[in-house]
Design a binder for this molecule. Structure first.
Ligand code: SF4
Ligand code: MSK
Length: 626
């Protein structure tokens, strides 16, 4: 363990389970993300403000008063815009490559190339096919699936030049995008063009680069992510409300514990099946365990929780701490948001990290490659490995810190409509009457620069208190769940109007809608609401927020939300503050262009007030009471 200052553990997290595990980490001599943040602080100001450029070997260049131009002549505005463009291209690539893997799975099922996956929601498959103009009448389901997979693949190339789900964007918004030249053409095309534009000697106009950043992110939201969500529902089932549990208390001292971490349900759905295999359960019992306990982390945890009620051990900052319990036999990962440190933390105990994707390998982990034709067999191999490792566990080093908290999950748009009695009318009526004053999607991550989950939880609490419905996805879900906000009983913490509506519908005031890619469900919902009201998305009393974000994907999500017309709060800015042009554009200029902008506020109470003010203005714009 590297020499370091003593951590103030009380300031690291609002949660008792996290603090207990951090104390144990220090006793066990294990380094965590908080310790490494101390070593990295203070951060480089050139990097933080975005004025460091490494795009060619005449540099690297960093902009200062003394040296206001890079070697090629690029100024701070150009460098910041280029860096931001590449940053969100990275995030968009993550979601959209996940989406591509989903299309490949649908393609394999449709072409009979796998016996391991099937179509679970045929009705949704047919509904989406019809929505996209694919003939369904009198056809075999697999024939329709073949055409749908082919249609989705087209979203990645350049021949069609149009996204399939552009049909879900209100017409007035589509016209605005056309006017601004930011209608996305194809997922891969926009990302490749962003890399091209930001090569030395291409796009040297900061505002122009930023517009293409918006276009790239719009492709992420309305294609890459939306396709990932819809195919996951088709292959694994569209979520419906169900109970689940969260926090480190979901680990079981007497069972083989398997943690799953990452994003794509293609791997974890098979692990779930294997964990329920009677033969493997019998083997676990033979080895002295009471059973096999599968628990989720981060977004793949959200996917399993939404569809099957599988318990959630924790969000981004809890991933190392879940291993530090000493109770995890194996952690199985696919890709995204998986700290490389997990291998070393696992090595401090008996926990084996298993990677499953060639595109996300970790030195020191065991690689069990999952492919379409072998998912079932590979999953059984991983579960067997976990069972074998149970005997390596040192009971003296096991500490499971608390009792799990109950939540309700599973609010797909289909489930929400069902809860509303089949149409959006009750929600729209409640908004018009001011009982639900608006809605905010609180999404995204954790970041050790904040007290873990302080902002996520307090923003959600503050908004529901103001009669604003909250939709949670990604790592905010676990935060809201641990705080007791994802159960119908949480209406007691809501304002009177929201309390009445949620009480009547028997839904929580904070609704769990899924993983990071499932923010596309929120986009679709906004599109439907705008169409029902005959307005643009930017006219709705809605907002988005990512209080504790860290990732390129979160920046891409924020950017597509803004470009779709949704006012978006971030706890801290991306690395753009070194450019006045880019910062002004993000914080106000975009409002004039696309009817929404970013707002930065680290204090969740002040952020709630700012969001409330915006929602009030939007309500007044629609002729509604404040
Ligand atoms: Fe420096 Fe220009 Fe090269 Fe960037 S592109 S490293 S600013 S010379
Ligand atoms: S996992 S992107 S930390 S939400 Fe989707 Fe959580 Fe943010 Fe990753």
């Amino acid at each position: 363990m590297t020499e370091k200052k003593k951590l103030n553990i009380d300031e690291c997290s609002i949660w008792d389970d996290a603090r207990q595990m951090l104390t144990k980490a220090e006793q066990d001599g294990v380094e965590t993300v908080w310790h490494r943040l101390q070593q990295q602080s203070p951060h480089c100001q050139f990097g933080e403000s975005g004025v460091c450029c490494r795009n060619c070997t005449m540099g690297p260049c960093r902009i200062s008063k003394k040296a206001p131009l890079g070697v090629c002549g690029a100024d701070a505005d150009v460098i910041v815009a280029r860096n931001f463009g590449r940053f969100v291209a990275g995030g968009s690539a993550g979601h959209s490559d996940h989406g591509r893997d989903c299309i490949e799975a649908l393609h394999a099922v449709a072409h009979g190339e796998t016996a391991d996956y099937t179509i679970k929601d045929e009705a949704k498959l047919l509904r989406i096919a019809a929505e996209l103009g694919i003939a369904t009448e009198g056809r075999q389901v697999l024939d329709v699936a073949r055409d749908l997979a082919a249609e989705f693949f087209e979203n990645y190339g350049t021949t069609k030049n149009e996204l399939s789900f552009i049909c879900r964007v209100p017409e007035v918004r589509r016209k605005l995008w056309d006017k601004l030249g930011i209608t996305p053409r194809g997922m891969d095309r926009e990302i490749a063009e962003m890399m091209h534009r930001t090569h030395m000697g291409c796009d040297n106009d900061a505002a122009n680069t930023m517009l293409h950043a918006a276009r790239t992110c719009l492709a992420d939201g309305w294609a890459g992510s939306m396709i990932a969500t819809e195919i996951s529902d088709i292959l694994f089932g569209t979520p419906v409300p169900r109970r689940a549990t969260v926090n480190l208390g979901v680990l079981r001292e007497d069972q083989v514990n398997i943690l799953v971490h990452g994003h794509n349900p293609i791997v974890t759905e098979k692990i779930l099946e294997a964990a329920n295999d009677p033969e493997l359960i019998a083997l676990a019992k033979e080895k002295g365990a009471a059973g096999i306990n599968l628990v989720g982390l981060c977004c793949t945890g959200n996917e399993l929780m939404m569809r099957h009620g599988i318990p959630m051990a924790g969000n981004h900052l809890m991933t190392e701490l879940a291993i530090i319990t000493g109770a995890a036999e194996v952690i199985v990962v696919d890709y995204q948001c998986i700290m490389p440190s997990l291998v070393q933390v696992g090595d401090c105990y008996h926990t084996k990290m298993v990677t499953t994707a060639d595109k996300a390998r970790f030195t020191g982990a065991e690689h069990v490659k999952f492919e379409m034709h072998n998912g079932g067999a590979q999953a059984r191999r991983v579960v067997r490995m976990a069972i074998e490792r149970y005997s390596l566990r040192d009971p003296a080093r096991v500490r499971i810190p608390c009792e799990p908290v109950e939540i309700v999950t599973g609010f797909s748009n289909e489930a929400l409509l069902e809860a509303l009695g089949g149409s959006l009318t009750p929600l729209i009526d409640a908004i018009k009457a001011g009982r639900v004053r608006g809605a905010v999607g609180i999404v995204g991550c954790n970041n050790p620069k904040y007290k873990h989950d302080f902002c996520n939880v307090n923003l959600a609490k503050e908004l529901i208190r103001r009669d604003i419905l909250v939709i949670a996805t990604g790592c905010v879900t676990t935060a809201a769940g641990k705080a007791g906000l994802l159960v119908p009983e949480a209406i007691e913490q809501a304002g009177q109007g929201l309390k009445e509506i949620c009480g009547a519908l028997a839904i929580p005031p904070v609704i769990h809608m899924g993983s990071c890619v499932d923010n596309s469900r929120i986009l679709q919902l906004c599109g439907m609401l705008a169409d029902e009201l005959g307005v643009d998305i930017s006219d709705l009393p809605v907002a988005a927020s990512s209080p504790e974000w860290y990732s390129e994907k979160a920046a891409a999500i924020g950017t597509y939300a803004v470009a779709s017309g949704i006012y978006t709060h971030l706890g801290h800015p991306p690395n753009i503050t070194g450019s006045k042009i880019v910062t002004d554009l993000a914080l106000s200029g975009l409002d004039e262009l696309v009817g929404a902008c970013f707002v930065i506020e680290p204090d969740p109470f002040k952020a709630a007030a700012l969001i409330d003010k915006r929602i009030t203005e939007k309500r007044q714009g629609l002729g509604l009471s404040a």
